[in-house]
Design a protein around this ligand. Structure first.
Ligand code: R5P
Length: 298
């Protein structure tokens, strides 16, 4: 198996290759003066099983195009199989047509990858609100892995929470809270979230209902897939503070962190917040390399 890292995920590809006890392949990506990308694979890929790792963060359109170019080139060069790994799957949240004429972007991205020769697909903690499973978006075999075990281990070793309760800030996050709770040997619950969405708006106001969940005197660990504006976590943390929670920590897979998000979260009373390298940034303390390597081995 040959591991190739796209320009958005070279360090991660190196870590995955190391987990598998091998060197990553050699991919050169550079730009022509007009902004077009040049791509060259230096390894022999004919009849090889090739893994192309490219997370679709921060500059998603650019990263997607490079992944398409890579996949199509691998097919053209005769690779036996092409596994595309997009740890952060951009466009996943647009999995439905909310208003007439909108693009169902998650389906479009899947079709493009298939068309470019990808034969299987892996992603991590992909949030498909309505479809639930990434396998429903792709026709090729597709799997959604989770970073929550790794995040839970980090929380156990670094936060050392006392009398912890793990909370998913909304109903969908309960699945992630459950995994983190297992690592912390704690119980878990989920809040309820209402998003007030208006036509033509790309973001929305969030209201969180903590119900009668008892957090008084306990350390809280929130577990979520994405932190974008920080609105969800901030509202959930405020509810915990009102309820008399002790320290509040947050783990998430994809720390997208729009401008001001960290400040908003800290101002709401959160002590520490960490994420993974699916979306590299200042709080990406946990690597998903072992998660990807394990999936490739299975
Ligand atoms: C959506 O429900 C996700 O699980 C996250 O809770 C959400 O995307 C976070 O977004 P934000 O940080 O903007 O509230």
């Amino acid at each position: 198996m040959l591991i190739l890292g796209g320009s958005a995920s070279q360090p991660l590809a190196e870590k995955v290759a190391k987990e598998l006890g091998q060197e990553p392949g050699h991919l050169e990506v550079k730009r022509f003066p007009d902004g077009e990308k040049y791509l060259r694979i230096y390894n022999e890929v004919k009849d090889q099983d090739v893994v192309a790792i490219q997370s679709l963060y921060r500059t998603p359109d650019e990263n997607i195009f490079e992944l398409l170019l890579l996949s199509d080139t691998l097919r053209d060069l005769g690779a036996r199989s092409i596994t595309a790994v997009a740890p952060y799957l951009a466009y996943a949240r647009q999995d439905s047509r909310f208003f007439p004429g909108e693009a169902v972007s998650s389906a479009s991205v899947a079709r493009l990858l298939e068309y470019a020769g990808t034969t299987s697909f892996l992603t991590i903690d992909c949030h498909l609100h309505r479809l639930g499973d990434v396998a429903k978006v792709f026709k090729i075999p597709a799997r959604n892995l989770t970073a929550m075990h790794e995040l839970g281990k980090y929380a156990r070793e670094h936060f050392k929470p006392r009398n912890p309760i793990v909370i998913g800030p909304d109903e969908e996050a309960e699945q992630w809270a459950a995994v983190v709770a297992k690592e912390l040997d704690a119980d878990h619950v989920a809040f309820r979230k209402v998003r007030v969405r208006k036509e033509g708006m790309t973001s929305s106001k969030v209201e969180v209902d903590a119900g009668d969940i008892e957090v008084k005197g306990r350390d809280v660990v929130f577990a979520d897939d994405i932190i974008s504006t920080g609105g969800t976590i901030a509202e959930a943390a405020k509810a915990c503070k009102r309820g008399g929670a002790n320290r509040i920590f947050v783990v998430c897979t994809h720390p997208v962190l729009a401008e001001g998000a960290l400040k908003r979260i800290k101002a709401a009373g959160v002590l520490k917040v960490i994420g993974t390298d699916t979306y590299p940034g200042p709080i990406s303390k946990v690597t998903v390399a072992p998660v990807i390597a394990a999936a490739l081995k299975s």
